[in-house]
Design a protein around this ligand. Sequence first.
Ligand code: 13P
Ligand code: SF4
Length: 335
Amino acid sequence: MNLKDEIKSLKNELDALIVAHYYQRDEVVELADFCGDSLELAKKASSAKNKLIVFCGVSFMGQSVKILSPDKNVIMPRLACCSMARMIDSSYFDKSIDKLQTLGIKKEDIFPMTYINSNADIKAKVGEMGGVVCTSSNAKKIFQFALDSGKKIFFMPDRCLGANLAIDCGKKYSILGISNDDEIINSDVICYDGFCSIHQLFSLSDIEFYKEKYKDIIIALHPECDPSVVRAADFVGSTSQIISFVSNLDENAKVAVGTEFNLVNRLRKKNGNKENIFVLSSSKPECPTMNETSIQDLYDVMKSFSDEMPYNEIELSHDCVHYARKALNKMLELS
Ligand code: 13P
Ligand code: SF4
């Protein structure tokens, strides 16, 4: 049997559900039962009947399934950590809250909101303070809920998504570590200074380049891009939303897409007319951690589980799950 057939046979033997994020390599996506954006994957995997979930993505995604469904076994071919999620941990969270308090902002006047691209300890901190999680596909709705609290929003870890949401709602924002004290005190939304290095690659000059070349080109990108770039785009959405937007365009329409390379390249293959779909960057926007997972890793992790020698299994403390689930469930109720 070849490796792909071995994986399929292990999947049947273990009654496992294999899920993959759209940024995974093609060979991994081909073997998945389900592909999706962060929200879809969290919902689908946590509500599946299968006890064993094999998650091909980055760690915070596997953790979200474990938080929502602690009785499941969640294993990951690679425990690859999203570099943005790694930018904040619980001690940075505590220091940020302390900093706001030294500026005279009371803890009870802060509404914490974390992007799902954060580790479980951050979601737990946010849940403990009565805050909420969001993903790129429901961020606007959740942000409105946070604004309705009447408190100052502390948004983490992505300063770009936080700023984009604030601008959309006509709110003042500041960035911890960059803005001065007065700007922080006077803002409605205080963003943590995290970012996605892949989405930082897309620039205004890339948009200008394509617009000069093709007058009617459409620009579609992810909200992790810089606010100046987001303002110049025609469509902004989650990975799933970008896929359906591009797939529904007229076949002659030209579109430049600002998100991870594997997703864009698959869109080019799927839509036949490759000539009309462009990567909105002069360098290859490849997420290194998403690209770590190979089908050999997928086989190895499933085989070891079958041999009762599991590894790369998501394990979280009871307290962490308890508080993180509050923040995640609040998001699910709202979306
Ligand atoms: P989505 O939730 O849109 O799939 O985004 C996840 C991500 O990591 C984007 O960089
Ligand atoms: Fe994290 Fe950026 Fe990779 Fe998404 S593309 S998983 S935000 S590093």
